[in-house]
Design a protein around this ligand. Sequence first.
Ligand SMILES: C[S@@+](CC[C@H](N)C(=O)[O-])C[C@H]1O[C@@H](n2cnc3c(N)ncnc32)[C@H](O)[C@@H]1O
Length: 294
Amino acid sequence: MAWLQISVVADQQAAHEVADLFTELGALSVTYMDAEDEPVYEPALNETVIWSHTQVVALYEMTADPVLIKHRISESFQLSRLRHWEFDVINDQVWERAWMEHYHPMKFADRLWVCPTDQERYEKDTVCLTLDPGLAFGTGTHPTTALCLDWLARQNLRGKTIVDFGCGSGILAIASLLLGAENAYAVDIDPQAITATQNNAEKNKVQDKLISCLPEQFAASDVRANVVVANILAKPLIDMASHISNLLIIGGQLVLSGILAEQKEDVVAGYNPFIMLNCCVQQEEWVRLAGTKH
Ligand SMILES: C[S@@+](CC[C@H](N)C(=O)[O-])C[C@H]1O[C@@H](n2cnc3c(N)ncnc32)[C@H](O)[C@@H]1O
């Protein structure tokens, strides 16, 4: 089966109205995409981000009339507010798995494989993490996750307690357990991340050593960890500096990522009263900061 995809680039004010019109005209789905390079790193929960120029993409059954749809939408707006109309025929596929075509096994520090389901690699002196991230962030392909995985794969985690703060798919907590950690706590504000983490823990047979929960549930425990790894974003990391640092025992190690290179000094300054983050590694525009609590 095939589908008709119609898209147009709209300005910020017009984008929602265009999406509503697509829906009124029978679209099966409407999505927003960045029409220019204007990254939004992490919108708040339930927030739909509209860029200055948003590509509004609608999917229709093949019986839809593209000329009529374009005409009906164009007549509602000044010509200058809509540009780049595109019409494509899309062949049916398993949509939620489509992106997996670009997801391949990855190796970190010669010790840790991260592999999509059914593509596992078992190699001497390595461990293999099987991952199906579901709707949560964290496949290992993003530089911020890769930086944290690389750090974990270089440590001796045997017998240690790990906190993965902002766990997404649970990738960092699960990797820690496979690399020998005694137990791990995976914390996230997004309930979908908690579900994905539990599913991935079961898939990797580490569910008995992992607790995944929302921050308020975690706050009720008085867990102190040997390692806290938090891949979130600079601002929330700075806001939570005291709380995150407090999760570590003396001698424990803190690993932070999700930080753009130009934000490094602000994060180091934010943590300075608690922990000196004196180790910095950069990949693309992102950095990983690490330090030991004294
Ligand atoms: C960039 S993802 C990282 C996911 C995974 N740990 C990884 O390294 O790929 C950041 C995660 O932090 C979560 N998050 C954002 N703010 C948070 C907060 N204040 N407390 C806990 N989790 C938070 C988000 O929901 C998201 O799942």
